[in-house]
Design a protein around this ligand. Structure first.
Ligand SMILES: NC(=O)c1ccc[n+]([C@@H]2O[C@H](COP(=O)([O-])OP(=O)(O)OC[C@H]3O[C@@H](n4cnc5c(N)ncnc54)[C@H](OP(=O)(O)O)[C@@H]3O)[C@@H](O)[C@H]2O)c1
Length: 346
Protein backbone atom coordinates (compact mmCIF):
# COMPACT_ATOMS: atom_id res chain seq x y z
CA UNK A 1 0.00 0.00 0.00
CA UNK A 2 1.23 3.48 -0.73
CA UNK A 3 2.19 5.04 2.55
CA UNK A 4 1.44 8.66 1.84
CA UNK A 5 -0.18 10.80 4.50
CA UNK A 6 -3.96 10.82 4.12
CA UNK A 7 -5.37 14.07 2.79
CA UNK A 8 -8.73 15.15 1.38
CA UNK A 9 -8.54 15.27 -2.43
CA UNK A 10 -9.07 18.68 -4.04
CA UNK A 11 -11.08 17.09 -6.88
CA UNK A 12 -13.26 15.00 -4.56
CA UNK A 13 -16.86 15.72 -3.60
CA UNK A 14 -18.27 17.42 -0.52
CA UNK A 15 -19.72 14.51 1.53
CA UNK A 16 -22.54 16.81 2.64
CA UNK A 17 -23.83 16.81 -0.94
CA UNK A 18 -24.19 13.01 -0.97
CA UNK A 19 -27.77 12.00 -0.08
CA UNK A 20 -28.27 10.30 3.28
CA UNK A 21 -30.95 7.82 4.39
CA UNK A 22 -32.52 7.94 7.81
CA UNK A 23 -32.72 4.70 9.80
CA UNK A 24 -35.51 4.00 12.28
CA UNK A 25 -33.09 4.85 15.09
CA UNK A 26 -32.72 8.37 13.71
CA UNK A 27 -29.15 7.72 12.60
CA UNK A 28 -28.26 8.67 9.04
CA UNK A 29 -26.37 6.39 6.67
CA UNK A 30 -24.48 7.89 3.71
CA UNK A 31 -26.42 7.14 0.52
CA UNK A 32 -23.51 5.38 -1.21
CA UNK A 33 -20.82 3.11 0.17
CA UNK A 34 -17.68 1.50 -1.21
CA UNK A 35 -17.89 -2.29 -1.62
CA UNK A 36 -14.79 -4.24 -0.58
CA UNK A 37 -15.30 -7.76 -1.94
CA UNK A 38 -12.36 -8.45 -4.23
CA UNK A 39 -14.07 -11.37 -5.99
CA UNK A 40 -10.75 -13.32 -5.94
CA UNK A 41 -9.55 -10.83 -8.63
CA UNK A 42 -8.31 -7.85 -6.64
CA UNK A 43 -5.73 -7.96 -3.85
CA UNK A 44 -6.39 -6.89 -0.27
CA UNK A 45 -3.70 -4.21 -0.71
CA UNK A 46 -5.49 -2.73 -3.72
CA UNK A 47 -8.79 -2.72 -1.88
CA UNK A 48 -7.35 -1.13 1.26
CA UNK A 49 -5.77 1.52 -0.93
CA UNK A 50 -9.14 2.11 -2.59
CA UNK A 51 -10.73 2.58 0.84
CA UNK A 52 -8.23 5.33 1.58
CA UNK A 53 -8.70 6.87 -1.86
CA UNK A 54 -12.48 6.67 -1.64
CA UNK A 55 -12.59 8.41 1.72
CA UNK A 56 -10.26 11.05 0.34
CA UNK A 57 -12.71 11.79 -2.51
CA UNK A 58 -15.76 11.98 -0.22
CA UNK A 59 -16.96 8.47 0.66
CA UNK A 60 -17.91 8.08 4.31
CA UNK A 61 -19.44 4.59 4.13
CA UNK A 62 -17.41 1.39 3.67
CA UNK A 63 -19.02 -2.04 3.33
CA UNK A 64 -16.76 -4.73 4.80
CA UNK A 65 -17.08 -8.42 5.72
CA UNK A 66 -14.84 -10.86 7.52
CA UNK A 67 -15.12 -13.35 4.66
CA UNK A 68 -13.60 -10.85 2.22
CA UNK A 69 -10.28 -11.55 3.97
CA UNK A 70 -9.06 -7.94 3.92
CA UNK A 71 -10.35 -6.32 7.10
CA UNK A 72 -6.87 -6.15 8.66
CA UNK A 73 -5.49 -4.10 5.76
CA UNK A 74 -8.65 -1.99 5.61
CA UNK A 75 -8.06 -1.38 9.32
CA UNK A 76 -4.58 -0.04 8.53
CA UNK A 77 -6.11 2.22 5.89
CA UNK A 78 -8.71 3.52 8.38
CA UNK A 79 -5.93 4.22 10.87
CA UNK A 80 -4.14 6.35 8.29
CA UNK A 81 -7.37 8.16 7.46
CA UNK A 82 -8.00 8.96 11.10
CA UNK A 83 -4.37 9.94 11.67
CA UNK A 84 -4.97 12.42 8.84
CA UNK A 85 -7.73 14.11 10.85
CA UNK A 86 -10.91 12.21 9.97
CA UNK A 87 -13.08 11.61 13.03
CA UNK A 88 -14.43 8.10 13.64
CA UNK A 89 -18.00 9.44 13.90
CA UNK A 90 -17.77 10.90 10.39
CA UNK A 91 -17.44 7.38 8.99
CA UNK A 92 -20.04 4.65 8.58
CA UNK A 93 -18.36 1.25 8.76
CA UNK A 94 -20.36 -1.94 8.18
CA UNK A 95 -19.22 -5.53 8.48
CA UNK A 96 -20.84 -8.95 8.32
CA UNK A 97 -20.99 -12.15 10.33
CA UNK A 98 -19.84 -15.07 8.20
CA UNK A 99 -21.81 -18.30 7.95
CA UNK A 100 -19.37 -20.39 9.98
CA UNK A 101 -19.87 -18.17 13.05
CA UNK A 102 -23.60 -18.60 13.79
CA UNK A 103 -23.11 -20.99 16.73
CA UNK A 104 -23.44 -20.26 20.46
CA UNK A 105 -20.81 -17.72 21.51
CA UNK A 106 -19.50 -17.30 17.98
CA UNK A 107 -21.06 -13.93 17.17
CA UNK A 108 -19.19 -12.07 19.91
CA UNK A 109 -15.92 -13.76 18.91
CA UNK A 110 -16.55 -12.82 15.30
CA UNK A 111 -17.30 -9.15 15.92
CA UNK A 112 -14.32 -8.81 18.25
CA UNK A 113 -12.06 -10.23 15.51
CA UNK A 114 -13.54 -7.80 12.96
CA UNK A 115 -13.12 -4.86 15.35
CA UNK A 116 -9.52 -5.89 16.05
CA UNK A 117 -8.79 -6.20 12.32
CA UNK A 118 -10.50 -2.91 11.45
CA UNK A 119 -8.87 -1.32 14.53
CA UNK A 120 -12.17 0.17 15.66
CA UNK A 121 -14.03 0.06 18.95
CA UNK A 122 -17.50 -0.09 17.40
CA UNK A 123 -19.20 -0.79 14.06
CA UNK A 124 -22.03 1.31 12.68
CA UNK A 125 -23.70 -1.76 11.21
CA UNK A 126 -23.25 -5.50 11.57
CA UNK A 127 -25.10 -7.77 9.15
CA UNK A 128 -25.80 -11.48 9.27
CA UNK A 129 -24.22 -12.16 5.85
CA UNK A 130 -26.46 -15.13 4.91
CA UNK A 131 -29.38 -16.64 6.85
CA UNK A 132 -27.71 -20.06 6.77
CA UNK A 133 -24.83 -21.44 8.84
CA UNK A 134 -23.56 -23.20 5.74
CA UNK A 135 -19.89 -22.98 5.21
CA UNK A 136 -17.89 -23.80 2.11
CA UNK A 137 -14.15 -23.97 1.87
CA UNK A 138 -12.57 -21.23 -0.30
CA UNK A 139 -12.31 -22.27 -3.94
CA UNK A 140 -14.72 -25.19 -3.56
CA UNK A 141 -16.60 -26.28 -6.72
CA UNK A 142 -19.93 -24.54 -7.18
CA UNK A 143 -21.73 -27.90 -7.43
CA UNK A 144 -20.38 -29.44 -4.25
CA UNK A 145 -22.74 -29.87 -1.29
CA UNK A 146 -21.40 -29.67 2.24
CA UNK A 147 -22.82 -32.63 4.25
CA UNK A 148 -23.36 -30.29 7.22
CA UNK A 149 -25.29 -27.68 5.21
CA UNK A 150 -28.89 -27.12 6.33
CA UNK A 151 -31.90 -25.16 5.08
CA UNK A 152 -33.16 -22.07 6.92
CA UNK A 153 -34.23 -22.99 10.43
CA UNK A 154 -35.91 -20.02 12.08
CA UNK A 155 -35.22 -21.12 15.67
CA UNK A 156 -31.51 -21.33 14.85
CA UNK A 157 -31.51 -17.98 13.08
CA UNK A 158 -33.16 -16.39 16.12
CA UNK A 159 -30.41 -17.79 18.35
CA UNK A 160 -27.90 -16.04 16.12
CA UNK A 161 -30.04 -12.89 16.06
CA UNK A 162 -30.22 -12.84 19.89
CA UNK A 163 -26.42 -12.76 19.89
CA UNK A 164 -26.54 -9.90 17.36
CA UNK A 165 -28.94 -8.00 19.66
CA UNK A 166 -26.52 -8.50 22.52
CA UNK A 167 -23.79 -6.71 20.52
CA UNK A 168 -26.01 -3.60 20.38
CA UNK A 169 -26.57 -3.80 24.13
CA UNK A 170 -22.81 -4.10 24.65
CA UNK A 171 -22.19 -1.03 22.50
CA UNK A 172 -19.97 -2.95 20.08
CA UNK A 173 -22.27 -2.27 17.14
CA UNK A 174 -24.73 0.61 16.65
CA UNK A 175 -27.14 -1.23 14.35
CA UNK A 176 -27.79 -4.77 13.19
CA UNK A 177 -29.03 -5.85 9.81
CA UNK A 178 -29.90 -8.74 7.56
CA UNK A 179 -28.59 -9.81 4.18
CA UNK A 180 -29.75 -12.24 1.49
CA UNK A 181 -33.17 -12.50 3.13
CA UNK A 182 -36.62 -13.09 1.65
CA UNK A 183 -40.04 -11.71 2.64
CA UNK A 184 -41.10 -14.92 4.46
CA UNK A 185 -37.88 -15.03 6.48
CA UNK A 186 -38.06 -11.30 7.28
CA UNK A 187 -41.68 -11.68 8.44
CA UNK A 188 -40.59 -14.30 10.97
CA UNK A 189 -37.68 -12.16 12.12
CA UNK A 190 -39.81 -9.03 12.47
CA UNK A 191 -42.30 -11.06 14.54
CA UNK A 192 -39.62 -12.32 16.93
CA UNK A 193 -36.86 -9.70 17.04
CA UNK A 194 -36.39 -7.46 20.07
CA UNK A 195 -34.09 -5.22 18.02
CA UNK A 196 -35.34 -5.03 14.45
CA UNK A 197 -32.94 -4.92 11.50
CA UNK A 198 -32.18 -1.32 10.50
CA UNK A 199 -30.96 -2.27 7.03
CA UNK A 200 -31.37 -5.22 4.69
CA UNK A 201 -28.53 -5.82 2.26
CA UNK A 202 -29.89 -7.33 -0.94
CA UNK A 203 -28.85 -7.79 -4.55
CA UNK A 204 -30.25 -4.83 -6.50
CA UNK A 205 -29.41 -3.67 -10.01
CA UNK A 206 -31.54 -2.72 -13.05
CA UNK A 207 -31.83 -6.35 -14.20
CA UNK A 208 -32.67 -7.53 -10.67
CA UNK A 209 -34.91 -4.98 -9.01
CA UNK A 210 -36.71 -7.27 -6.52
CA UNK A 211 -39.73 -4.92 -6.40
CA UNK A 212 -41.75 -6.92 -3.83
CA UNK A 213 -38.88 -7.38 -1.39
CA UNK A 214 -37.81 -3.75 -1.90
CA UNK A 215 -41.34 -2.54 -1.05
CA UNK A 216 -41.65 -4.91 1.91
CA UNK A 217 -38.35 -3.70 3.35
CA UNK A 218 -39.19 -0.01 2.91
CA UNK A 219 -42.75 -0.46 4.25
CA UNK A 220 -41.26 -2.00 7.37
CA UNK A 221 -38.93 0.92 8.04
CA UNK A 222 -35.82 -0.94 6.94
CA UNK A 223 -33.32 0.76 4.62
CA UNK A 224 -32.38 -1.35 1.58
CA UNK A 225 -28.66 -1.56 0.86
CA UNK A 226 -28.13 -2.65 -2.76
CA UNK A 227 -25.21 -4.95 -3.43
CA UNK A 228 -23.77 -5.68 -6.88
CA UNK A 229 -25.40 -2.40 -8.06
CA UNK A 230 -23.61 -2.51 -11.42
CA UNK A 231 -24.49 -6.17 -12.00
CA UNK A 232 -21.13 -7.30 -10.62
CA UNK A 233 -19.24 -7.52 -13.95
CA UNK A 234 -16.11 -8.73 -12.13
CA UNK A 235 -17.82 -11.31 -9.89
CA UNK A 236 -16.07 -14.66 -9.32
CA UNK A 237 -16.36 -17.19 -12.17
CA UNK A 238 -18.33 -19.50 -9.87
CA UNK A 239 -21.12 -16.90 -9.82
CA UNK A 240 -21.41 -16.69 -13.62
CA UNK A 241 -24.03 -18.77 -15.48
CA UNK A 242 -24.92 -18.72 -19.20
CA UNK A 243 -28.39 -17.25 -18.45
CA UNK A 244 -27.00 -14.15 -16.72
CA UNK A 245 -27.77 -10.82 -18.40
CA UNK A 246 -25.49 -7.77 -18.41
CA UNK A 247 -26.93 -4.56 -16.98
CA UNK A 248 -24.24 -2.27 -18.40
CA UNK A 249 -24.98 -3.52 -21.93
CA UNK A 250 -28.73 -2.97 -21.68
CA UNK A 251 -29.80 -0.57 -24.49
CA UNK A 252 -31.81 1.60 -22.07
CA UNK A 253 -28.86 1.96 -19.68
CA UNK A 254 -26.47 2.59 -22.59
CA UNK A 255 -28.82 5.22 -24.06
CA UNK A 256 -29.04 7.14 -20.77
CA UNK A 257 -25.27 6.85 -20.33
CA UNK A 258 -24.76 8.42 -23.77
CA UNK A 259 -27.12 11.29 -22.93
CA UNK A 260 -25.25 11.97 -19.70
CA UNK A 261 -21.83 11.23 -21.20
CA UNK A 262 -20.98 8.74 -18.44
CA UNK A 263 -20.16 5.03 -18.27
CA UNK A 264 -23.27 2.78 -18.07
CA UNK A 265 -22.06 1.70 -14.60
CA UNK A 266 -22.64 5.25 -13.41
CA UNK A 267 -26.24 5.13 -14.64
CA UNK A 268 -26.79 2.00 -12.51
CA UNK A 269 -25.49 3.83 -9.42
CA UNK A 270 -27.57 6.93 -10.20
CA UNK A 271 -30.70 4.83 -10.68
CA UNK A 272 -30.10 3.08 -7.35
CA UNK A 273 -29.78 6.34 -5.42
CA UNK A 274 -32.81 7.91 -7.10
CA UNK A 275 -34.91 4.79 -6.46
CA UNK A 276 -34.09 4.98 -2.75
CA UNK A 277 -31.65 2.18 -2.03
CA UNK A 278 -28.08 2.67 -0.83
CA UNK A 279 -25.75 1.22 -3.48
CA UNK A 280 -22.33 -0.07 -2.46
CA UNK A 281 -20.45 -0.25 -5.78
CA UNK A 282 -17.01 -1.80 -5.76
CA UNK A 283 -14.00 -0.48 -7.63
CA UNK A 284 -10.32 -0.10 -6.94
CA UNK A 285 -9.97 2.49 -9.72
CA UNK A 286 -10.04 6.13 -8.66
CA UNK A 287 -11.80 7.39 -11.79
CA UNK A 288 -14.54 4.80 -11.26
CA UNK A 289 -15.21 5.30 -7.55
CA UNK A 290 -14.98 9.06 -8.01
CA UNK A 291 -17.52 9.10 -10.85
CA UNK A 292 -19.77 6.77 -8.84
CA UNK A 293 -19.95 9.17 -5.88
CA UNK A 294 -20.26 12.24 -8.14
CA UNK A 295 -23.25 10.59 -9.77
CA UNK A 296 -25.25 10.59 -6.51
CA UNK A 297 -26.12 14.27 -6.71
CA UNK A 298 -25.46 15.43 -10.28
CA UNK A 299 -27.48 15.24 -13.54
CA UNK A 300 -30.50 13.26 -12.42
CA UNK A 301 -32.14 10.57 -14.51
CA UNK A 302 -35.51 11.89 -15.71
CA UNK A 303 -38.83 10.44 -14.51
CA UNK A 304 -39.36 8.96 -17.98
CA UNK A 305 -35.94 7.29 -17.84
CA UNK A 306 -36.65 5.95 -14.35
CA UNK A 307 -39.82 4.38 -15.80
CA UNK A 308 -37.86 2.94 -18.70
CA UNK A 309 -35.40 1.35 -16.26
CA UNK A 310 -38.30 -0.04 -14.22
CA UNK A 311 -39.31 -1.82 -17.43
CA UNK A 312 -35.98 -3.59 -18.06
CA UNK A 313 -35.99 -5.79 -14.94
CA UNK A 314 -34.98 -9.32 -16.02
CA UNK A 315 -35.42 -10.92 -12.56
CA UNK A 316 -31.83 -12.02 -13.11
CA UNK A 317 -30.29 -13.00 -9.78
CA UNK A 318 -26.51 -13.14 -10.14
CA UNK A 319 -25.43 -14.12 -6.62
CA UNK A 320 -27.50 -17.30 -6.43
CA UNK A 321 -25.78 -18.90 -3.44
CA UNK A 322 -25.37 -22.39 -4.95
CA UNK A 323 -22.41 -23.13 -2.68
CA UNK A 324 -24.66 -22.93 0.37
CA UNK A 325 -27.07 -25.69 -0.70
CA UNK A 326 -27.71 -28.70 1.49
CA UNK A 327 -27.78 -32.25 0.20
CA UNK A 328 -31.57 -32.55 -0.30
CA UNK A 329 -31.99 -29.19 -1.98
CA UNK A 330 -33.00 -29.34 -5.63
CA UNK A 331 -31.35 -26.11 -6.77
CA UNK A 332 -30.41 -22.57 -5.80
CA UNK A 333 -34.06 -21.51 -6.01
CA UNK A 334 -34.58 -23.37 -2.71
CA UNK A 335 -32.61 -20.64 -0.93
CA UNK A 336 -35.00 -17.91 -1.99
CA UNK A 337 -38.54 -19.03 -0.90
CA UNK A 338 -39.99 -18.56 -4.38
CA UNK A 339 -43.33 -20.09 -3.28
CA UNK A 340 -43.79 -17.31 -0.75
CA UNK A 341 -43.03 -19.33 2.36
CA UNK A 342 -40.11 -20.90 4.14
CA UNK A 343 -40.28 -24.56 3.13
CA UNK A 344 -40.32 -27.14 5.90
CA UNK A 345 -37.84 -29.91 5.24
CA UNK A 346 -38.77 -32.58 7.82
N1 LIG B 1 -24.25 -9.26 1.15
C1 LIG B 1 -23.75 -10.00 0.19
O1 LIG B 1 -23.95 -11.22 0.16
C2 LIG B 1 -22.96 -9.36 -0.91
C3 LIG B 1 -22.80 -10.05 -2.12
C4 LIG B 1 -22.08 -9.43 -3.15
C5 LIG B 1 -21.53 -8.16 -2.95
N2 LIG B 1 -21.67 -7.53 -1.75
C6 LIG B 1 -21.08 -6.17 -1.51
O2 LIG B 1 -21.44 -5.33 -2.61
C7 LIG B 1 -20.27 -4.77 -3.18
C8 LIG B 1 -20.46 -4.45 -4.66
O3 LIG B 1 -20.88 -5.58 -5.39
P1 LIG B 1 -19.95 -6.31 -6.44
O4 LIG B 1 -18.53 -6.10 -6.07
O5 LIG B 1 -20.47 -7.70 -6.56
O6 LIG B 1 -20.28 -5.65 -7.84
P2 LIG B 1 -20.58 -4.23 -8.49
O7 LIG B 1 -20.31 -3.13 -7.54
O8 LIG B 1 -21.93 -4.33 -9.12
O9 LIG B 1 -19.52 -4.24 -9.69
C9 LIG B 1 -18.16 -3.96 -9.44
C10 LIG B 1 -17.41 -3.80 -10.76
O10 LIG B 1 -18.06 -2.82 -11.56
C11 LIG B 1 -17.10 -2.09 -12.29
N3 LIG B 1 -17.27 -0.64 -12.03
C12 LIG B 1 -17.49 -0.02 -10.85
N4 LIG B 1 -17.63 1.29 -11.02
C13 LIG B 1 -17.49 1.53 -12.34
C14 LIG B 1 -17.51 2.71 -13.13
N5 LIG B 1 -17.76 3.91 -12.62
N6 LIG B 1 -17.28 2.57 -14.47
C15 LIG B 1 -17.05 1.36 -15.02
N7 LIG B 1 -17.04 0.20 -14.32
C16 LIG B 1 -17.25 0.30 -12.99
C17 LIG B 1 -15.73 -2.55 -11.86
O11 LIG B 1 -15.27 -3.46 -12.85
P3 LIG B 1 -13.96 -3.18 -13.70
O12 LIG B 1 -12.82 -3.61 -12.85
O13 LIG B 1 -14.18 -4.03 -14.91
O14 LIG B 1 -13.91 -1.71 -14.02
C18 LIG B 1 -16.01 -3.30 -10.56
O15 LIG B 1 -15.10 -4.36 -10.33
C19 LIG B 1 -19.19 -5.81 -2.87
O16 LIG B 1 -17.89 -5.33 -3.04
C20 LIG B 1 -19.56 -6.16 -1.45
O17 LIG B 1 -19.09 -5.15 -0.55
C21 LIG B 1 -22.39 -8.10 -0.73
Amino acid sequence: MENQKFTIAQDGVDPNKVPKRKLYTGAEIPGIGLGTFGSDRFSAEDIANAVKGAISVGYRHIDCASVYGNEDLIGDALQEVMAGGMKREELWISSKLWNDMHGPGDVLISVVKTLKDLKLDYLDMYFVHWPFPNYHAPGVSVDSRDPDAVPYIHEKYMKTWRQMEKLVELGLVRHIGTSNMTIPKLKLLLRDAVIKPACNQMELHPHFQQPELFKFVVDNGIVPIGFSPIGSPTRPDRDVTPEDTVDIEDPVIVKIAKRLNVHPAVVCVKWAVQRGQVPIPFSIYRNEYLSNIQSTFTDPITDEEMEEIAGIDQNCRLIKGQVFLWERASGWEDLWDLDGEVKTWD
